[in-house]
Design a protein around this ligand. Structure first.
Ligand SMILES: C[S@@+](CC[C@H](N)C(=O)[O-])C[C@H]1O[C@@H](n2cnc3c(N)ncnc32)[C@H](O)[C@@H]1O
Ligand SMILES: [Zn+2]
Length: 262
């Protein structure tokens, strides 16, 4: 595996000394000599001990996404991303790279999938030829140059507003997807309700100006397996309601927001 595309390697920084990284046979290296293996599956682990989603959660997520249930969301995000400035897309908490892959297809630009889960990034590294996958904890300063990205994506994943701002070009766009309170409500009932969710989103993105926002809501007809998977891949709150799991119609409901750096 050759690892991330050149346009992705060009923006990466050594996590130890923050110098640029270059590709050598089987690894990425900085001028000081810190070296990071390119894994057989094509991802690069700059973090060391990885955390993030477990193998079971990732398997559930990959199988659920393969069913196309979130395709309307991926299409909407890709449509928005297609209208943004040319250049690199960085997806913070990219998981298996499902949404980023659809975005890269539409834009024809390169993308960097950052995630703390090695199992997720094994898939992301193979999800699209324009995608590079780097294991990283998005709460720490990212191993990515300032102003590297034309688009930062954040789909149901932790939001580090300061790093979004630093890596995004002044003409760039941040696209954030969060589930609304109605999302999967039939499965989780009142457990998902967080009355401060919108407020918390605004608090994490203080140096951004909201330029567009849309709620996407549609019914998903789920077989029993998909219901089990969507519960398995989600927050722990969903796991407490096994009695309500089964085949049926379940609401998908997302808030998609676009921001410019201010
Ligand atoms: C709900 S999944 C969403 C994945 C992907 N965006 C998607 O829509 O398919 C959340 C992802 O965030 C990752 N994650 C959680 N905490 C993280 C952290 N501190 N740094 C990087 N990734 C993290 C998890 O490993 C998981 O892949
Ligand atoms: Zn270094």
């Amino acid at each position: 595996m050759s690892g991330p595309p050149d346009q992705v390697v060009d923006v990466l920084l050594c996590p130890i000394c923050r110098q640029g990284l270059t590709r050598t046979v089987g690894s990425l290296r900085c001028a000081t000599g810190h070296a990071f293996d390119i894994a057989r599956q094509g991802y690069v682990n700059l973090l060391g001990a990885a955390t993030g989603d477990t193998a079971a959660m990732v398997a559930d997520r990959a199988a659920f996404l393969a069913g196309g249930h979130y395709a309307p969301l991926a299409d909407l995000v890709a449509e928005w991303a297609a209208g943004c400035a040319d250049g690199l897309v960085v997806d913070a908490g990219a998981g298996t790279g499902y949404h980023l892959g659809v975005v890269l297809d539409r834009r024809g630009s390169c993308g960097l999938a950052l995630d703390a889960s090695v199992v997720a990034l094994r898939r992301a590294a193979r999800a699209h030829e324009l995608m590079g996958a780097v294991v990283w904890d998005v709460w720490r300063p990212w191993p990515v140059r300032d102003n590297a990205a034309a688009v930062v994506l954040n789909v149901f994943a932790p939001r580090n507003g300061a790093e979004f701002h630093r890596v995004l070009r002044p003409d760039g766009t941040l696209i954030v997807v969060t589930p609304t309170d109605e999302h999967l409500a039939e499965l989780a009932g009142p457990l998902t309700v967080d009355p401060r969710k919108a407020e918390r989103l605004a608090e994490t993105l203080t140096r951004f100006e909201l330029v567009n926002s849309q709620t996407l809501r549609y019914p998903m007809l789920l077989h029993e397996d998909d219901t089990r998977r969507v519960v398995g891949m989600g927050p722990a709150a969903h796991h407490d309601r096994p009695a309500e799991q089964g085949a049926g119609t379940v609401t998908a409901s997302f808030l998609v927001s676009a921001y410019r750096p201010s």
